[in-house]
Design a protein around this ligand. Structure first.
Ligand SMILES: [Zn+2]
Length: 212
């Protein structure tokens, strides 16, 4: 299973990715994690990335692509992988196709978890976060005492990113960013859209059906 997982913030991608990777025994490769690991391991590319990040600069595509290439070459990815947060752009997708082709592989599915904006706004706008330990509480996971963190008794806040207007703006940004990428993979007939509204089990069932 060589797959990519797409979905806007709040769609439940993280939860589903954990279940999928456990079920199929494959790693979830998220760009942030891969980058942090390369930096921690002190690889040549990791060192270059760290120098740029320390200087407050963006890590350019050739370094990000190289780090993803190394992760794909590692034994844990031999049986397959679920990419999360990569590729973000068509040039990255093209680079990924080349990396995989060198190993006789290709992307099999691009899972796109879809949730209407209004549902996402409803899900996310109820979210409160502890400013001290960053634990977040939602409608399904409320704190024991309203407005107070269970772990340290700190007063909970609503982060600016979780305000309804900001959520709508984030969704628009997500859609405009992923439209070209989705188009690239649609042309290759690998996109599988999955309705992300429902319980974790219902959504998981749809994902498994989409992968058949
Ligand atoms: Zn807390």
């Amino acid at each position: 299973m060589n797959d990519i997982f797409l979905g806007p913030p709040g769609a439940g991608k993280g939860t589903q990715a954990k279940r999928l990777t456990a079920r199929f025994g494959i790693p979830q490769l998220s760009t942030g994690d891969i980058l942090r690991k390369a930096v921690a391991d002190g690889t040549a590319l990791g060192k270059q990335a760290k120098a740029l990040m320390d200087a407050g600069k963006l890590v350019p595509d050739d370094i990000v692509n190289g780090i993803v290439d190394e992760a794909l070459a590692s034994p844990i990815a031999a049986k397959g992988f679920l990419l999360d947060g990569f590729p973000r752009t068509v040039p990255q997708a093209t680079a990924l196709d080349e990396m995989l082709a060198r190993r006789g592989k290709k992307i099999e599915h691009v899972l796109s978890l879809e949730v209407p904006t209004d549902v996402l706004v409803d899900r996310l706008s109820g979210r409160q976060t502890c400013p001290k330990c960053q634990t977040s509480y939602g409608k399904d996971t409320p704190p024991k005492r309203a407005g107070i963190c269970d772990k340290d008794g700190e007063k909970l806040i609503v982060r600016p990113d979780d305000m309804p207007d900001r959520i709508r703006q984030r969704m628009l940004e997500y859609e405009s960013k992923t439209a070209l990428l989705t188009g690239y993979y649609t042309a290759r007939s690998v996109v599988r859209t999955v309705d992300g509204v429902g319980t974790v089990e219902e959504v998981e069932k749809r994902i498994l059906q989409a992968l058949r």
